[in-house]
Design a protein around this ligand. Structure first.
Ligand code: DOR
Ligand code: ZN
Length: 335
C-alpha cells in the first residue's frame, strides 16, 4: 500500500475558538500537526498581552497529551511601538481583518490609511512580526479578493521589510500578485484546492462548503493548484479550519467557515497524489512555513496510507467537510 510520511506538519491558519469548542477541536489539530498559527478572532478579539498569554494557556490545557505548539497572534489594531515591544515575545504574527469582512471581524481596520498604520507596521517589520491579512474588500462577493490586491500593493510598497501573508488566497489575481513583491507570501486552504462556487451553490446549497473568501471559478482553482502542487517557496498550507456548531451552519443565516482540521492532511495527500506531486507535499505543509516564519517545530512524524477513510458525520457538534463521505487517504500513525 502506498504511504506518505510527513515531518512536522504545520497549519499556518487555524481557528480554535474558546470554551467547549476549543476543547472539542484543539485535540484534533494537535493529533496530526506539530503546531499552528492560532487566529485571534474571539469575541472580544485577542488584543492585549494578557489576552494572548491567557488564551495560549487555555489552548495548551485543551491539548493535554499531544505535543502541539500554538503560535499565537494578536488582532490587528494600530498598536504603539512600546506595546508591540512588550508583546513581541508572546506572538508569532498579527492578523489584520478589514472591519466586518468575516466572522468576528468587527473592530478590524475600517480604512487603510497608511500614515495611521505606519508606526505599527514599521515596528512589526523591525521586530520581525509578520502581518497576516484577510484580503477582502467590501465589494461584490466574487470580486472582493481581486479588489483587495491594490491594498496588498500599497502595504507591500510602503513597508518593504514587513512580511505580509495573503491569507487563504482563492484567486488567480492573488497568485499573480505573489511574485510581484518580495515581501508578499500566501497561505492556501485545502478546501480551496477542491471547491469552486459550483460546489457551494451550483446544485443544492452546501452550508459546510460556505466560507469567506467564497470558493471561486475553475480557473482560480487551477491557479491555486499550480502553486500549491509545486510548493512555491512563498506558499504555505493554512487550513482556515473554522468550526461552528451544526445549528449555526444548517440554518437560515449560515455562518462562514469550513471545518477541515481532522481531515486536512488526508485530503492533501489525496490531491498531491492525484497530480503525482506527493514529493512536494512536505514543503507545502511544513518546510516553506519554517523558512518563511523562521520557526523550528518539535519533532512529529505523521504517516498516511492510501486507503479508504470514512469521514465522521460530526466531531462533537461540529460537522466536518465531506461528513459521512469516503476519502482515499487515512492517518496510519503519529510519532
Ligand atoms: O469562513 C471563514 N470563517 N472565514 C474567515 O475568514 C473566518 C472564519 C471564522 O472565523 O469562522
Ligand atoms: Zn480564518
Amino acid at each position: 500500500m502506498k504511504t506518505k510520511t510527513l515531518l512536522m506538519p504545520l497549519d499556518m491558519h487555524l481557528h480554535l475558538r474558546d470554551g467547549v469548542m476549543l476543547e472539542t477541536v484543539a485535540p484534533l489539530s494537535a493529533y496530526s500537526f506539530s503546531g499552528a498559527i492560532i487566529m485571534p478572532n474571539l469575541v472580544p478579539p485577542v488584543t492585549t498581552l494578557d489576552d494572548v498569554v491567557e488564551y495560549k494557556k487555555r489552548v495548551m490545557s485543551a491539548v493535554p497529551n499531544d505535543y502541539f505548539e500554538p503560535y499565537m497572534t494578536l488582532f490587528y489594531k494600530n498598536y504603539s511601538k512600546s506595546f508591540l515591544e512588550s508583546v513581541a515575545d508572546e506572538i508569532t504574527a498579527i492578523k489584520l481583518y478589514p472591519d466586518g469582512a468575516t466572522t468576528n471581524s468587527d473592530g478590524g481596520v475600517a480604512s487603510f490609511d497608511i500614515e495611521k498604520m505606519r508606526e505599527t507596521l514599521e515596528t512589526m517589520a523591525e521586530l520581525e512580526i509578520p502581518l497576516c491579512v484577510h484580503g477582502e474588500s467590501a465589494g461584490f462577493v466574487m470580486d472582493r479578493e481581486a479588489e483587495f490586491m491594490s491594498v496588498y500593493e500599497l502595504l507591500a510598497k510602503n513597508f518593504p521589510k514587513l512580511k505580509i501573508i495573503m491569507e487563504h488566497i482563492t484567486t488567480k489575481d492573488a497568485v499573480e500578485m505573489l511574485d510581484k513583491y518580495d515581501n508578499l507570501y500566501a497561505t492556501i486552504t485545502v478546501h480551496h484546492l477542491l471547491l469552486t462556487l459550483d460546489d457551494v451553490i451550483g446544485g443544492m446549497m452546501m452550508p459546510h462548503h460556505f466560507c469567506k473568501p467564497i470558493a471561486k471559478r475553475p480557473e482560480d482553482l487551477d491557479a491555486l493548484l499550480s502553486i500549491a502542487l509545486e510548493a512555491h517557496p512563498k506558499v504555505m498550507f493554512g487550513s482556515d479550519s473554522a468550526p461552528h456548531p451544526q445549528h449555526k451552519k444548517e440554518t437560515c443565516g449560515c455562518a462562514a467557515g469550513v471545518f477541515t482540521a481532522p481531515i486536512a492532511l488526508q485530503l492533501l495527500c489525496e490531491i498531491f497524489d492525484q497530480y503525482g506531486k506527493l514529493d512536494n507535499l512536505q514543503a507545502f505543509v511544513s518546510d516553506n512555513a519554517q523558512n518563511i516564519y523562521g520557526i523550528c517545530p518539535e519533532f512529529k512524524e505523521v504517516t498516511l496510507e492510501n486507503r479508504p477513510f470514512e469521514v465522521p458525520t460530526s466531531y462533537g457538534n461540529v460537522v466536518p467537510m465531506y461528513a459521512g463521505e469516503t476519502i482515499n487517504w487515512a492517518i496510519e500513525s503519529v510519532e
